[in-house]
Design a protein around this ligand. Structure first.
Ligand code: MG
Length: 371
């Protein structure tokens, strides 16, 4: 297969509810959509869901635009491939830039699945017909506002709630939510905001009392020894997110026992092929996985739904309905969660149509690349 034509759209959409993590606050997002077209005029879509600022990863929308136009696009246009994973060979010389690569990887997988008239989930080896979705809640201005958000999502049927935490916003919000929802599947995500100190360990030991499903990325990304030491002192499983950007990181996590759960983000791993390999390795090592989100627009969200249908995605994934984030999504129909469950589409490719009118209305800039 050969991709003959690439179109990049930088699209800006406002969020329905602004979102705050330990590092930043956002009220809208700019992602890059990748449309890959073959010689028969068939197209596949992918999304580069890099945040606009370098706080989650070193990439930004701006760096992704540059790398996509100057390096990844030309590499993809020049290659012949049968399986989407082969594209990784085409861009092997390009170090890092996983989010940018993930957009091209997803477009190739969508195109590949469409050319075989299969769903993306089936092409990836998915086995589930629906995916259990959890929601992630940001740092709210007050505990009362957080409790109102939790109530709203629990009433909508989401079975798992994740709370963003940061120093000064940790034990109190968890205690408040837990006291109102004693049986809720609850987990916390620090996005690496804590130093590896005794004071921080004391906070996590307090959190250990609240029957959390996991504590995600407490320390600096890739500080495997610090996570391993903390894991030995906690009952609650530690989940790694930012620490694992390559398969080698996952091997280190397994060998050092730095955590018992893996958050697989397709973007962070550099695409669907890499995410699938991480899924397989984690399954072999007895580490359950779930799919984390980057507040993707529908194109990326649909790919997340597809990969979450693989067998070792046994924990709820961040694939909540589009409406939780966007008034109108870039796909039709939008991703819909019913009582916290999202059906895995059976139609060809990602199983949704891209709403190109809406994409163009919200496009900040475009680029065309031709073989
Ligand atoms: Mg995380």
């Amino acid at each position: 297969m050969r991709i003959e034509h690439l179109t990049l759209f930088e699209v800006s959409l406002p969020l329905v509810h602004s979102f705050e993590t330990s590092s930043h606050r956002k009220s809208g997002l700019q992602h890059i959509l990748v449309r890959a077209t073959d010689g028969d005029g068939r197209s596949g879509w992918g999304e580069i869901a890099s945040p606009s600022d370098p706080y989650f990863t070193s990439e930004t929308t701006g760096t992704a635009w540059l790398i996509a136009n100057r390096y990844l696009g030309p590499a993809v246009l020049g290659s012949d491939w049968d399986e989407p994973a082969e594209l990784e060979t085409a861009w092997a010389r390009i170090r890092g830039h996983e989010f940018a690569k993930a957009g091209f990887s997803a477009a190739a997988w969508d195109l590949h699945a469409r050319s075989q008239e299969r769903s993306l989930a089936a092409a990836l080896g998915g086995t589930r017909s629906e995916v259990v979705a959890g929601v992630s809640l940001g740092i709210e201005p007050s505990i009362d506002q957080l409790l109102a958000q939790v109530e709203r999502q629990v009433s909508a049927g989401y079975p798992r709630i994740k709370l963003k935490i940061a120093p000064g916003w940790d034990v109190e919000p968890v205690r408040a939510v837990r006291s109102q929802h004693p049986d809720l599947d609850l987990h916390v995500d620090a996005n690496g905001a804590y130093p590896d100190t005794e004071d921080a360990a004391a906070v996590f030991r307090q959190l250990d009392e609240y029957a959390l499903t996991m504590i995600e990325q407490p320390f600096t990304p890739r500080d495997f020894p610090a996570h391993a030491r903390l894991q030995r002192r906690l009952e609650t499983p530690i989940c790694l997110d930012e620490s694992v950007v390559a398969l080698a990181d996952l091997r280190t996590m397994i060998e050092t026992k730095a955590g018992r759960v893996l958050n697989i983000k397709v973007s962070r791993m550099g695409g669907l092929s890499a995410a699938k390999r991480a899924h397989d390795l984690a399954m072999e090592a007895g580490i359950p996985v779930w799919c984390g989100g980057m507040h993707e627009f529908g194109v990326g969200r649909a790919a997340n739904v597809a990969i979450s249908s693989l067998p070792n995605f046994t924990l709820p994934s961040d694939v909540s309905g589009s409406d939780k984030y966007y008034e109108r999504d870039v796909i039709v129909p939008p991703v819909i969660a019913e009582r916290g469950r999202v059906p895995v589409p059976q139609g060809p490719g990602i199983g949704y149509d891209v709403d190109t009118d809406w994409v163009l209305k919200n496009t900040v800039r475009t680029a065309e690349l031709v073989a």
